[in-house]
Ligand binder design. Structure first.
Ligand SMILES: C[S@@+](CC[C@H](N)C(=O)[O-])C[C@H]1O[C@@H](n2cnc3c(N)ncnc32)[C@H](O)[C@@H]1O
Length: 444
């Protein structure tokens, strides 16, 4: 593959302006771009009538792009926020005019409730007492939920306005309109209402003591209705998104139902997807307490040291892989030599083993759901960040897949990035596989 995939020349990972409709309703900062999905559809020879799976569906780039191309698709995603976003983005059956009326009414009522409390949506902190304390009438989350938020990720007044708006979103319209309303609020929270910044990891940026919420939400709703209106003549294709663990794909998908896989799985880069989505997940009530957060982390492929547990055993499946053992040993050797002793540093070698073990389980589980001859595209990147040990993710996943009976069609280069720590070029690649099927009766 050429590094310049599609029409984008400067940064191939950047979404093209024409692709904004629907994709932009809610998106991870580093989601792969829609034109890369189109490229993969082409590369794998997918045609209407076939079914595409994205087992790590994230914010739904694959399913939305398949729908635009009239190709049926299924997504699996374990994070409830990302699953919800993908499901809303994959459903274009909402009538745009009715949705616009709903949005107008929600905005009108939310503003009038705030006005009764003496709050203007664009106000400049009229409610703060002289000592800066927050009046008791300002709403907040119950303590168990509040403590899940990253510290200072949202200020009290914007949180109050958000909860008032959310009440109206949930009170009016039908379930689909509320879904659109909640998603618009989620994106508003991440981009303009809260204090988050992405660089690309989530952190706390400028603290906004106040922010417009209702108007921000309303603007996002208008963009959604415009997109739905412009797509109203497009047939789309059936798309569904299940909340499921990709390591257990065979539990939720029928045998031999998938013709192609296009996905960007996590990789061992310390990214914690439950953290990236924490603000909106907690405010929308998708994670209510620490117990639920832990349960969620346990069903995700291990890719960061905050999500590793004593009983984890995904690494059992890759014990005989000498390259993974070599990388884990090298990380551990450098850690000890450098006298690094924090919990994070001690856990890193194990994360790498658990990660590849989890991916091995995923590849194994997919085998029954793939049609013989199915083709697969995995967009993955090299890692060199921690203790400067290079991890050639695509190459290792290719070896794992081969041992499980897949054919490796190739590894295409998508783009390269310079690793600041090592000054080495890190490759982002598309690993291409083929599932040949197996002799009848053979299940293992
Ligand atoms: C690199 S992101 C995918 C981004 C996606 N291509 C998009 O368009 O937004 C990887 C996703 O895998 C999800 N994930 C991690 N472990 C999972 C598992 N065991 N089953 C399903 N999804 C999982 C994460 O929540 C995250 O959304």
């Amino acid at each position: 593959m050429n590094t310049a995939v599609g029409r984008s020349t400067r940064d191939p990972n950047r979404m093209l302006p024409d692709d904004r409709p629907v994709h932009d309703w809610y998106r991870f900062v580093l989601s792969f771009p829609p034109h890369l999905v189109r490229h993969c559809l082409d590369r794998l020879g997918v045609t209407p009538g076939q079914t595409v799976l994205d087992p790590f569906c994230g914010t739904g780039t694959t399913v939305v792009e398949c729908k635009k191309a009239a190709i049926e698709s299924v997504g699996l995603e374990r994070n409830p926020m990302a699953r919800f976003a993908s499901a809303v983005k994959a459903d274009w059956s909402v009538d745009s005019a009715t949705l616009a009326d709903y949005a107008d009414e929600v905005a009108r009522r939310a503003k009038s409730t705030l006005a009764e409390q003496g709050i203007d949506d664009w106000s400049d902190l009229p409610l703060l007492a002289e000592d800066g304390s927050i009046p008791a009438s300002i709403r907040t989350l119950e303590p168990d939920r509040f403590k899940l938020l990253l510290k200072n990720s949202i200020s009290p007044i914007p949180l109050h306005k958000t909860l008032v708006t959310l009440d109206m979103v949930d009170r009016l319209g039908d379930i689909k309109m509320r879904g659109c309303g909640r998603l618009a609020l989620a994106t508003g929270l991440v981009r303009s209402i809260g204090n988050l910044k992405f660089g690309p990891e989530v952190g706390i940026g400028r603290i906004r003591d106040d922010a417009s919420v209702v108007d921000i939400w309303h603007t996002r709703m208008r963009a959604m209705t415009d997109d739905l209106q412009s797509l109203s003549t497009c047939n789309g294709a059936y798309a569904k998104v299940l909340q499921a663990d990709a390591r257990q794909a065979a539990d939720v998908l029928p045998p031999r139902s998938i013709d192609a896989v296009i996905t960007s799985p996590p990789y061992p880069n310390e990214k914690d997807y439950t953290r990236t989505t924490r603000l909106e997940s907690v405010i929308l009530g998708m994670i209510k307490n620490l117990k639920e957060l832990r349960a969620l982390k346990k069903e995700m492929v291990r890719s960061n040291t905050r999500g590793v547990y004593k009983a984890d055993d995904d690494d059992a499946t890759i014990r005989s892989n000498t390259e993974i053992a070599r990388i884990a040993d090298e990380i551990e050797r450098r850690r000890v030599a450098m006298g690094k002793t924090s919990g994070f540093e001690r856990a890193y070698a194990r994360v790498v083993q658990l990660y590849f073990g989890g991916m091995a389980k995923h590849f194994a589980s997919l085998r029954t759901v793939l049609r013989p001859g199915a083709r697969l595209a995995y967009v993955v990147g090299d890692q060199a960040s921690y203790l400067r040990v290079m991890i050639r993710t695509g190459q290792i996943l290719a070896d794992i897949a081969r041992t499980l009976g897949y054919e490796v069609m190739g590894i295409d280069l998508f783009r390269t990035r310079l690793a600041t720590a090592t000054r080495e070029q890190l490759r982002e690649e598309v690993l291409l596989l083929r599932w040949p099927g197996r002799p009848e009766g053979k299940t293992k």
